[in-house]
Design a protein around this ligand. Structure first.
Ligand code: CA
Length: 224
């Protein structure tokens, strides 16, 4: 599990890194908010799965880091560290979208327990979606038809994931647009048609079909 520790106190950061590391976590440490903000925009296998975030940081503070994170639609669990035993700090942190907090000084055993609890809570109950020969590995963001990996753009992925979540049900173009909106602006119904036709080609051998339901939208169903 990848954990990002954002802490400007080098001694504390080093301690946290060693404690979490000794529990088998891959720990990355940064000392300021701007750098954390940048790293948190990274996707894929090296993306943080839990963030341990100090509130008092030079430049961009922890509140702003978590606010930006949630504004991007990123739901990675965040554990706030606060030096101040101030109720308003905790409330503000939780309001910005943090999941939990620890007041310094804290026992390292408690930190480890909280990080593990957050990771567990966050683990998606559904790791994969599948229909026919088509499968989406949601954790690895990998789509397959049978054993063959198929390449999808971010938006194609979002459309296909939505269709699979609603397999054998009719979904409207507007529902699809809403599902892919986090990935960009200006998505028109015509663009949805383009994604659908590209997806039809890419999943052609998957034993599934995206049917056009005239006047309503689309339906992903078994049988080509
Ligand atoms: Ca600090």
């Amino acid at each position: 599990m990848h954990v990002l520790v954002v802490e400007d106190d080098a001694v504390l950061a080093d301690g946290l890194s060693r404690v979490l590391g000794s529990h088998g976590m891959a720990v990355e440490v940064v000392g300021n908010g701007a750098q954390a903000d940048q790293l948190l925009q990274r996707a894929g296998a090296t993306a943080a799965e839990v963030v341990v975030l100090d509130i008092g940081l030079p430049g961009m503070d922890g509140f702003e880091v978590v606010r930006r994170l949630r504004a991007r639609g990123n739901a990675v669990p965040v554990l706030l560290l606060t030096a101040r035993d101030a109720v308003e700090d905790r409330v503000r942190g939780l309001e910005q979208g943090a999941d939990d907090y620890l007041v310094k000084p804290f026992a390292t055993a408690e930190l480890v327990a909280r990080v593990k609890a957050l990771a567990r809570r966050h683990t998606a109950p559904q790791a994969a979606l599948a229909l026919g020969q088509l499968s989406l590995d949601l954790a690895a963001k990998r789509a397959r038809v049978g054993d063959k990996v198929i390449e999808l753009s971010v938006r194609e992925w979002a459309v296909l994931e939505y269709l699979l979540q609603h397999a054998s049900r009719v979904v409207s173009k507007q529902q699809i647009i809403d599902a892919i909106l986090p990935w960009g602006d200006d998505i028109t119904p015509n663009a949805v048609e383009v994604y659908i036709s590209r997806l039809r080609l890419k999943i052609a051998d998957g034993g599934v079909a995206i049917r056009t339901i005239r006047g309503f939208g689309y339906m992903l169903e078994p049988g080509a």
